[in-house]
Design a binder for this molecule. Sequence first.
Ligand code: SF4
Length: 509
Amino acid sequence: MFKKYDQKQQFLLPISLEDFIAEDHIGRILNDIIDAIDITTLEAKYSKDGCPAYHPRLLIKILLYGYMINIRSSREINKMTHTDTAFMYLAAMQHPDFRTICRFRSTHLDSIKDVFSQVVTVCKEMGMLGVGKISLDGTKIKANASVKQSKNADALEKEIDKILKESIEIDKAEDEMYGDSTPYQMPKELVDKTKRLEKIRAAKKKLEEEKLEKINITDNDAKIMKHKDGSMKPSYNGQIAVDDKEQVIVAADLVTDTNDVNQVDPMIQLLWATMGYRPTILLADAGYFSYDNIDLLSQIGTESYIPDNFFKVEERGKSKYFLKSMFRFDKVNDCYYCPAGITMPFKWIQKRDEEPDLKQYIGNHCSICILKNACTKAKKRIISRDPREHLMEDMRKKLRTEKGKELYQERMSTVEPVFGQMKQNRGFTEFLLRGKDKAKVEFLIMCIVHNIEKIAGFLKRKAKDGKEVFRKGISECHIENIGEIVVNSADKISFLSGNEDGIGLFNSN
Ligand code: SF4
């Protein structure tokens, strides 16, 4: 006996798009959120004349869902609108072609930034943000470019000469073949070389204008960056600020700086611009440590926990020679005391170009010291001191407290898993689009997707204890249709909790 199998069967009732995906499918949450956000600025960019365009909400939804399930190619997304029920639901059975999807993604950076901010606001209104304990981190993501295409001025010049020489030879061969008559088309080889030549010349111009050492011909904006595995690749540096409560990304940016040290101020400004607040506590790794950053954070009233680059070495305590922390500074007498208990007086100033001068303290009795082999291989041990060094010493003290250790540990479980989910779970290890602005769109999409998944997880958990999560603060929310999220999501929660009649969880009646 088999179950009835009839591909020609008729449906008694017309099929609804609502039947295409399960009640608890994340596509529904994504759908409701994008339906709720305000896209009037984006809509205003469309012309009222000509053929009606695909609705921007539709394009945002299928793009976000594509990135959520690691389908990023516009052709693939288009294909999915024909074959995948979640895409069919989100696109309402429409099938924007790949050029439309690609163009939309490439030209709406500002709108994607706005979507990101509004989704974070949704998280805030749902009570998913904590009291401003923010972890900052960055990750290197490979650009859509080969490392071999990163060249310096000499290499670019050589390649230009080579292409010109080859092009002349192709021209010559063409002349011999066709004489004075002209072939219908420029030979493909020559077309390719001309295009390549244009690219290299554009890259060379940028290299000279921005005084760069090297530039990537395929993606001029990408920079060679060192990845965690030690490899050097043309890349971008993705920056995120994550709230500790539910791991929501509250600010995100994509930069071309190869290190993170200059990103504290811009990220705080971004957070301020997006959410209107500054962190109460900021946790970041040693890559973000600088005296300027610590000073800035203290000035704006943010309690920071950022180790310096040598903190770990100090903590391990393994070093060939006595660590600097073993020398005690005496501010009043302006000297250090070395591990042998000998005074090291101030000796001279070391001038620096863009940093405050360093003060140098010297051991005057090292040649007769029995500890010398453990202290220095030079004739005398010298200790340098930056006038702002007390900031580092205070920070180290803070990090060594129980509270400091706990908070720093929290940073690891707040921000590091976010990049793990992005890269390992969703396969976002390389950009598809070229150029900083387009790559930034992709990065922001990944951050929006992350936050939507957090919202979905939050709803599931809240549904279990049946507490109302949306009502508080809704009246202050600037998102016009937030109420719809409340109603729609409440319905889903009642389903997710197994309460199929939907009573008792979010119903106000
Ligand atoms: S070598 Fe010089 S600085 Fe080092 S412990 Fe001996 S006296 Fe002090």
